[in-house]
Design a protein around this ligand. Sequence first.
Ligand code: PEP
Ligand code: MG
Length: 897
Amino acid sequence: LSRAAQLVFDFAEGDRTQADLLGGKGANLAEMTRLGLPVPPGFTVTTEACRHYLARGTEPPTLREQVTAALRRLEDRLGRRLGDAEEPLLVSVRSGAKVSMPGMMDTILNVGLNDHSVKGLAAAAQDERFAWDSYRRLVQMFGRTVLGIRGGLFDDALTAAKARAGVATDVEVPATGLRDLVETFKHIVATESGREFPQDPREQLDLAIRSVFDSWNTERARIYRRRERIPHDLGTAVNVCAMVFGNLGETSGTGVAFTRDPATGRPGGYGDYLANAQGEDVVAGIRNTMSLQDLARQDPASHAELMRIMRRLEAHYRDLCDVEFTVERGKLWMLQTRIGKRTAAAAFRIAAHLVDEHVITLDEALTRVTGDQLAQLMFPQFDPGAAGTLLTRGMAASPGAAVGEVVFDSATAISRAAAGARVLLCRRETSPDDLEGMIAAAGVLTSRGGKTSHAAVVARGMGRTCVCGAEEIDIDAEQRVLRVGDVVIAEGDVVSIDGSTGEVFAGERPVVPSPVVTYLEHGLDTAVEGLDADAADLVRAVDRLLRHADETRRLAVRANADTAEDAARARRLGAQGIGLCRTEHMFLGERRVLIERLVLAESADAHAEALAALLTLQRDDFLELLTAMDGLPTTIRLLDAPLHEFLPDRTELAVRVAVAEATGGTVDPQDERLLGAVQRRHESNPMLGLRAVRLALVVPGLFAMQVRAIAEAAAARIAAGGRPRVEIMVPLVASVMELHLVRGEIDGVIAEVAERAGVALDIPVGTMIELPRAALTADRIAEAAEFFSFGTNDLTQTTWGFSRDDVEAEIFASYLEQGVFTVSPFESLDRDGVGSLVRMAAAAGRRTRPGLPLGVCGEHGGDPGSVRFFHDAGLDYVSCSPYRIPVARLEAGRAAL
Ligand code: PEP
Ligand code: MG
C-alpha cells in the first residue's frame, strides 16, 4: 500500500460501483447519500486497509491519520465531538464486505459513550433512561465483540436487573436500574478481560475498527464463506456512521423492510418495525415486532416517507431492495440498503413483475433467475397451508419433501419398502453400506455430518430428499427409537422432513406436487387450474421466462433417456431429442440371463441363439423409442457396461459352490461353469476394463446385433410412415483405430439391413469423447466419427483419476473442506482440467471435420454452471436427465445473453 492510498472515504465520496473497495454496505450508503436520501453522515474504511491488516497484523501506517481527518470532518459537520461531555457525537461501527454475510461479522453501536458523555447525552436528549440504556448496550457489545467475553454473562445480568426492577421487558427497566447495570457490565468486563472498559472515545473507535477487521476471520465467518463460495481474501470494509437513535421513546424505533415480499414476490412494501429499540433488537427477536401497516397507523408521516424512499430505491436499483431504517423522534433515517435476497419463487415473480412494470427488459429478467432456483421450484413441497409440529431443524442437504415411517437400518428400510411402506431412513450418519436402504427410502435423516457428508452427497446424487446433521436428534438404533428432547419417536412412527429448509416434523405433513412441474409437463392451462393467485402468478412467471430462454438460446437441449416412457416425458419437458440412450439399462432384470447365456455359450449355435433372442427384444425397445421420438434426433449408445455386471455375484457363487463341496452335497454343474466364467471375467478395475468398444472387439457379434436391431427398427418406422432420426454412438473410444474397426462392422450391418428392407437408411455413427486420449487425438478420431458427444462423467473420472463410484463420500468431504475444489468435479464441470480437454477436442474435431456436431451427455449437461461453459465452448447441445431439461433450457438461455 502506498502512503498516498486513500483508505477512508466519506459517504458523500463513493457510489454503488465501489463495492470492491467500500464493501456492499459502504457503497450503498454512499449511493443513498448521493441520491440525497436521509443517511446519517459517516465514513468507510476500505477493504484494502482490512486486507493490509489481515496480512501484516497491523493497521496501515496512514490509517490513523486518515481516520482522524474523517472524524474531524464528521464532527465539524455536526458541530459535536466524539464522546464529548456535552452533547456528544456517538458513532456506530459496522462491518460490510463486498458480498453480504448476514450476521457473520461484528457491529458495535454507541461508540463514544463513557462515564462523562453519558451524562451529556442524557442532558441533550433530556432522557436519562435512554442515555444509560445506550451506555449499557455499548459496554455489552464492546465486551462481547471486541473483548470476546461470553454474551451470556451480560444477558444474565440484564435478566437479574429486570427481576430486581420487577419488570418483564428491558424497555421497562428504569434509569437507575440501567445505571447499576452499566456498573455490573463494567465489572464483568474488568474481571473477564483483565482490563477496564476503555473510557477514551478514540480508543473505543480504534479497537472497534480493529475488531471488525478481525471478525472477517472468525470460525463462523470462514464456514459461511466456504459454504457460499466467497473467497477468503476479500476482507471487509468498516462503516463508521453518526448514531441516530431508535431508543428515544415511543416516537422512535427501528426496522427492516423490503420493497416487495422476499418470500412470495408479492408487490408492496413488507417489513418489521420495533418502537423504542436499537438495530440489533429487531433481528434478535427480543420483543414482538410490528408490521409496516402498524407503523402507518402509529406514525403515518415516517411510514409515508419510508414508502417514498423505497419506491425511489427500487426505481434506482431496478430490483427488490431491502433497507434498515431508524426513526428518531419522528425523523426517518436510512441506515442501509442492498439488492435483497429472495426465495426462488419470489425471484421468478419479481423478475416478471418488473418486466410488466417496464423497469427491466425480458433479457434482464432472465439474468435475475437461475437454473438452481428453477430446480428448487420443481421439487414436491409440503402443503404450505397445512399445520405441522416442528421437531427440530437440521441442514437442508437435498431438497424435496418426504414423509415416511422411521426406520433405523437399511435392511428394515428395504423390507418395509418392499411391503409397500414409505420409509425414512434415520441414521447417525450413513456409509456406503446404507446405499440400498437409501434407494428404498423416501428420504434420509441423519443426526451428524454436514452438507458434504456421505448421506448428503449420495442423496443429492440420486435426488433423494435429505436432512442431515440434525444434532438435537438422539438416535438409539438399539432401542429402535429416536429422541428429540422429551419427544420419543419409535420405529414405524411417521415423520416428515423438508430437504429445502432442513425442518423435521412429527407426523405426516401433506405433500403436494410442484405446480411448476405440472406446468412443465402438461402446459399452462392445466397447471393454473385451481391454483391460488400467488401460485398461478408464479407458474405464469416461469412460463414467460422459460419461453424467453428458448427464444434466446443457441444450445439445443436433449435428454438422457432409455425407455419410451422417459423419452415421452422428456419430450413434454422440452427435449429436442435424445442425446444418450444407455442400452445396457435394457439388459437389467429378467433379461440379464440372456447376456449370461451369451457369455457362457460354448458352441457357435448357442452363441447365435443367444444373440437372436437379444435381437428381437432390442428391436422392440428401439421401435418404441423411435416412435416416442419421431422426427427428433435419437442417439443410441452401444453397450457400455463391463460384462461382469450381467453375471451373478462372484462371492455368492463361490460360497454356494464351497458350501456344497464342504457338506458333501453335489455341486450344481451350472454353478460350477458360471463360477469359472465369472472368475475368468473378474477385473480389479472394471471401469477401466472390458467394457464398451473393447467388448465389441473382444466378444464378436454383440455390437452387430445391436446395430441390426437399431437399423431394423428404423426401417420399420420408415415403412410405417415415421421419421426416425437415429444416431449410433460408440462409447469409450481411445484410438481412431478402434473406431475404424467397429465402423467396418456397423456400416456393413446398416447397409445390409437397408438393402434387404429396400429403404435408404441415413444413420450417422459418432463417438463419445470420454477418455483423455480421445480428447488429445480428437483430430484423428474425427476422421471416423460423424459426431462427438462428451461423456464428462468418464472424462472427469479418467482425467482426475477419481473412481466415480467410490471416491465422492470419502475423499471429497476432505477435499472440499481443504479447498482443493469448491464443488465436486462430478457435479459441476472442472473447467481448468476437464474443460480444457473439452475445448481442445472440440476445436481439433472441427478442424478435421468442419461443422462436426458436438454435444455433451455426462451429468454436467444438466448442471447450471456447466451449461454456461458448454455454451461458451461452442457445443451444439447438452443432454441431461428429463427433469433437468427445463433447468438446462433456462441456463442455456441465460448463457446466450
Ligand atoms: C459419461 O461418461 O459421461 C457418460 C455419459 O456415460 P456413462 O455415464 O454411462 O458412463
Ligand atoms: Mg461414460
